[in-house]
Design a protein around this ligand. Sequence first.
Ligand code: EPZ
Length: 418
Amino acid sequence: MSYYEIQGGRPLEGRLTVQGAKNSVLPILAAALLAPGRSVIHNCPDLSDVSAALDILRLLGCRVEREGEAVAVDAAGLKCARIPEGLMRQMRSSVIFLGALLARLGEAELSYPGGCELGPRPIDLHLSALRTLGAEITEEQGNLRCRGGAWLRGGEICLSIPSVGATENAMLAACGCPGVTTIVGAAREPEIVDLQNFLRAIGARVTGAGGSRVFVAGGRPLHPARYRVMGDRIAAATYLCAAAATGGQVEVAGVEPGALTALLTCLEQAGCQLTAAGDAVRLTCRGPLRSISPVRTAPYPGFPTDAQAILMAALAGGEGATLFVENIFDSRYGHVDELRRMGADICVAGRAAMVTGVGRLHGAGVRSPDLRGGAALVVAALGAEGTSRVSQLHHIRRGYERFPECLRALGASIWERQ
Ligand code: EPZ
């Protein structure tokens, strides 16, 4: 089993351009199904979750070719509407293909995506949104059979939770429904805006993304397009927190600073100097990180749940106490026990976690519990005294492209070992 061997205590210095956004490219690859013909998606990161999505597109009948940083998807040959259980289990966010298949083929069949390390991952909001548009959905023995077709019509979808995936599925399905669809209570994440921009590029009429009401005038013929995916704000947050944890100076380019406001505010409170210009953020940290106001995860523009573990890892090696409250997922503290093995002082009670900085963590052998928890352990190991081993790398490979290489380019001592 391979692992990262990390020598901690080296301040990160330098500049990097961040990868394309995993949570944007996955719905955009599903959206490529809507347009018969060859779309080219630029800034497509080389991640295992992206590979899984490309495997699904091929299985559905698309021609898929990677051309360096771009991926070409020719959806003219789309003929299959069924995603097998094996591929669904490989990546739970494959549920995002539901809306696109319904819009293009009028039907879809897939197995329930099931839970993951973060706890149960229900899709009730996805299904109720599609039913509002007229889809007939039957659930039997863990399989979902969805039928749409000529009777699909635009309608008003009300989301009780601003679910990112449900908003995306609703937008994609609505593109195949004649009439206007309004999504009330939509998620406002920047990745939703990126999806809207791609849909507009293929000829769809979508407005309002980034706000809580999204409008789709569906049923129009769509055409392929060339599109560049936004930078990954969570990957950017990871490199910035690594710089903060090691007392270095790093500039991260290729990301919209406004998409990171909540995290940057926390890092500034913790004592980092931050400057933002154009599509780059520079962080300088010359002393131990200080305690900050309580960090409560929330839907965008609140503090992103995906950055919770990463910021916690940086603060655990600082000074002072900070309260975290995880409001989005039921069990997103899998990294806490592993951080404790590195000397962290963290007390968890339900959704709350009190982190008391110990001045410096020490190296240890730790296991990635999930994607962002694994990245958090790398951040902690980079700032710790001594050598760490981080295993279960398959979690990290889902969301970070060339992670050790990017960190080494900033001066880190991190090597993958067998
Ligand atoms: C997306 O997941 C992201 N994944 C997640 O990133 C991210 O943490 C999450 O949004 C929140 O920002 C992708 O975009 C591929 P949700 P998603 O639907 O869409 C509940 C990462 O690390 N809910 O916004 O699955 C749900 O249980 C990943 O990159 C329902 O109850 O998240 C959760 O408590 C992890 N019913 C809350 O809503 C539903 O039908 C938010 O989930 C759907 C969701």
